[in-house]
Design a binder for this molecule. Structure first.
Ligand SMILES: O=c1ccn([C@@H]2O[C@H](COP(=O)(O)OP(=O)(O)O[C@H]3O[C@H](CO)[C@@H](O)[C@H](O)[C@H]3O)[C@@H](O)[C@H]2O)c(=O)[nH]1
Length: 666
């Protein structure tokens, strides 16, 4: 580390520092003790298998398999804990070093459906990134509209006009957050009269704009007088549908134009609308296709392998273009495509439309070695891996004031569909040529390969989890012991691994600033995800591998209904739909309480306490499962709001549990 201040030294000061997390040595010792515990559990299982013909022999072997999977998976997860680093950037050094030679930055915003991703929400994102504290002549904002909707286009026209007021307002008062919707939902400090006046005026402008957009959405079409004001609407003729239309590219603000200024004469950033061509016979590759069209259009962690998570990530252009990192790469910050400098807006739009055509990428490396990789619903993770394997390093940075805020699902069914897509997509990567252990071999560190696999194996980990939450409770119900007695020495590895693993997870949660309640809720959703989404993610991956189905992308809806939001804020789970996943959740919850009651009855009445110490761990496991499922029982039996579990599901679950009770334990 050098001294601060100006001069040549200051120019060469590092732009960030990386520090290793503390207590890693102690953690490694702790992890070793847990591993010893896991090892003894495996030894116990193998040395105590019930003899052939004895009841519970196969259940026992299944327990061994499940615990083997958990143990191996736990080893994978250590890759993320052994080497933890924190990055700290020095922002002022960046401007000292590069002064006015900062790189040009293109920001891509994607939307795919005006019903699930409302245009007002989309333009709030656009307006917030347009207002970044960055030289506007170096900033380009590109909206990809896979919904091909004139409503979204209209909203962007409104946003481009409003930005002339909003950007200078943000700069003048250093506004945070810069999304107007989020900003106006906050209380303001009215001590400064000038600020309060401007605040009121711009809020009024925003609300008027919002009303106009909402009105158009309500009507389902753009009023004629608005259509006539912008020639861009002529692209939406009667033949245009969401799945079938020509490419549409409109440069709403041309950042090169000296007249593209805000109300105070300040330069505005470039703003572009793009709906890439869609034809029924062409695969459009979901978000990866949209992102590549944008990349083409714009000219644009601990092992140095933090995951690319799709949203809120910054890339160097060269890394996305498929270039291999070279040691001579000096971080050419000012590589700018000058070739288009002399083109008019119309000429640029025409060239861009060609780039956004379906056929443009045919027989090219786009989607393979260039841009985002096609064929996988988690295009971000596989693309990040490929980039890292080309020698580029990635850093994870989580500033106190969040750099990006997104919209998370508020209902369980949407979460489960999203999680299914992720687990399915990641498992596909494991099966593909991009499997980190083979594709990444010799290119990224073993720790990074293991770290990737921790995510890629979400789908198959559903099987041992399902086994563990079904078989021990069922065995308890039948009075069959699957764990050592409390007096036995073998009891201790189980107790130690259970307590140590959970204590570590609680410590991590608290260390991240979360509460104990959040941890407990985390266990709840952990169980639900593993027993539903990951399971179906597995099934769908296999059926895709067998050629029985095709990759799909179920968009996460960002629309929130008022009473659903109210329940979400009150921390009440929104079940509310009759999906197979909710049926599984309900059936498992009923099974757990049914087995717990049945098991306790058996211990107290039929077995006369003889087996209590042999079954105590199963009783504890079932009790914990019942406690985790409390919101499910409430949704099944107590709640009467719209978010409860429908009674048809209760009926199906009772049938399923009755059948499970009949399964003989062998
Ligand atoms: O055909 C499509 C489908 C989706 N999208 C866009 O892709 C983004 C992600 O889709 P969303 O339904 O929001 O998925 P999520 O699972 O919520 O998104 C997370 O997971 C995705 C897959 O890993 C990443 O691409 C995202 O960046 C990340 O936020 C959204 O902006 C969509 O508008 C398209 O542009 N075209």
């Amino acid at each position: 580390m050098g001294k601060g201040g100006g001069g040549e030294d200051a120019v060469m000061l590092p732009l960030f520092e990386t520090k290793e997390a503390r207590f890693r040595g102690a953690y490694k010792v702790f992890a070793f003790t847990v591993f010893v515990g896991i090892f003894f559990i495996w030894v116990y299982r193998l040395t105590h298998i019930p003899r052939a013909g004895e009841q519970g022999r196969w259940a026992w072997i299944g327990m061994f398999m499940a615990e083997l999977c958990f143990g191996l998976y736990w080893i994978l997860t250590q890759s993320c804990r052994f080497k933890v680093v924190y990055n700290h950037p020095f922002k002022e050094r960046l401007s000292n070093r590069y002064k006015d030679k900062l790189p040009s930055v293109d920001i891509f915003v994607c939307t795919a459906d005006p019903k699930m991703e409302q245009p007002t929400m989309v333009i709030n994102t656009v307006l917030s990134v347009m207002s970044y504290n960055y030289p506007p002549e170096k900033l380009g904002v590109y909206l990809s509209d896979d919904g091909g909707s004139d409503l979204t286009f209209y909203a962007l026209i409104e946003a481009s006009n409003f930005s002339k007021h909003w950007i200078p307002f943000c700069k003048k008062f250093n506004v945070e957050p810069r999304s107007p919707g989020a900003y106006f939902s906050q209380q303001i400090d009215v001590h400064d009269i000038k600020y309060a006046q401007e605040w009121l005026a711009i809020k009024k402008l925003y609300k008027q704009m919002e009303n106009r957009i909402d009105l158009a959405i309500e009507m389902g079409e753009i009023p004629k007088e608005i259509r006539d004001q912008h020639k861009g609407f002529s692209e939406w003729n009667s033949k245009v549908t969401k799945q079938d239309h020509q490419s549409i590219v409109k440069i709403m603000i041309d950042g090169r134009d000296e007249n593209a200024v805000d109300i105070y004469g300040g330069q505005l950033p470039t703003l572009v609308y793009m709906a890439r061509e869609k034809r029924l016979q062409w695969s459009h590759n979901f978000k990866a296709g949209a992102m590549n069209a944008l990349v083409e259009l714009a000219g644009i962690g601990g092992y140095g392998a933090a995951l690319y998570c799709g949203t809120g990530c910054l890339h160097r252009r060269e890394s996305l273009y498929g270039k291999v990192y070279s040691k001579d790469y000096g971080g050419e910050l000012n590589v700018e495509a000058r070739i288009n400098a002399d083109k008019t807006v119309n000429e640029l739009e025409e060239v861009s439309k060609f780039l956004a055509n379906c056929s443009y990428e045919k027989d090219t490396q786009w989607g393979k070695k260039m841009g985002l990789i096609y064929g996988c619903p988690v295009e971000d993770v596989v693309t990040g891996l490929a980039i890292q394997c080309r020698g580029w390093k990635s850093l994870y940075y989580n500033p106190n004031r969040k750099a990006f805020l997104g919209v998370a699902p508020t209902t369980l069914d949407v979460v489960l569909v999203q999680q299914k897509r992720w687990s399915e997509g990641m498992f596909q990567i494991f099966f593909s040529k991009y499997c980190p252990f083979t594709y990444g071999h010799g290119k990224i560190k073993l720790g990074a390969q293991m770290g990737y696999c921790m995510y890629l194996l979400w789908a198959p980990i559903s099987f041992p989890t399902l086994y563990y939450v079904i078989v021990p409770p069922l065995c308890l119900f039948h009075g069959i012991s699957l764990f050592p007695q409390v007096e036995s020495i073998w009891f201790w590895p189980f107790a130690y691994v259970f307590v140590a693993r959970n204590a570590c997870s609680i410590a991590e949660t608290l260390n991240c600033g979360d509460t104990l309640k959040a941890w407990w809720n985390g266990q709840r959703i952990w169980l639900i995800r593993r027993t539903t989404s990951y399971f179906f993610g597995f099934i769908d991956t296999i059926s895709r591998q067998l050629g029985l189905s095709e990759t799909t992308f179920a968009i996460t809806t960002k629309v929130v209904i008022e009473d659903v939001l109210k329940r979400y804020e009150e921390e009440v789970i929104e079940f509310g739909s009759s999906t197979i996943m909710v049926t599984i959740i309900a059936a498992l919850a009923l099974l757990h309480i049914f087995c717990l009651i049945g098991g306790i009855k058996k211990i107290f009445l039929d077995l006369e306490f003889i087996k209590l110490d042999q079954l105590i761990l199963q009783v504890i496991l079932s009790l914990l499962l019942v406690m985790i499922n409390i919101p499910v029982y409430q949704a099944l039996f107590i709640r009467n709001d719209e978010g409860r579990i429908p009674s048809s599901i209760l009926f199906k679950s009772v049938v399923l549990v009755s059948l499970a009770g009949l399964i003989p334990i062998v």
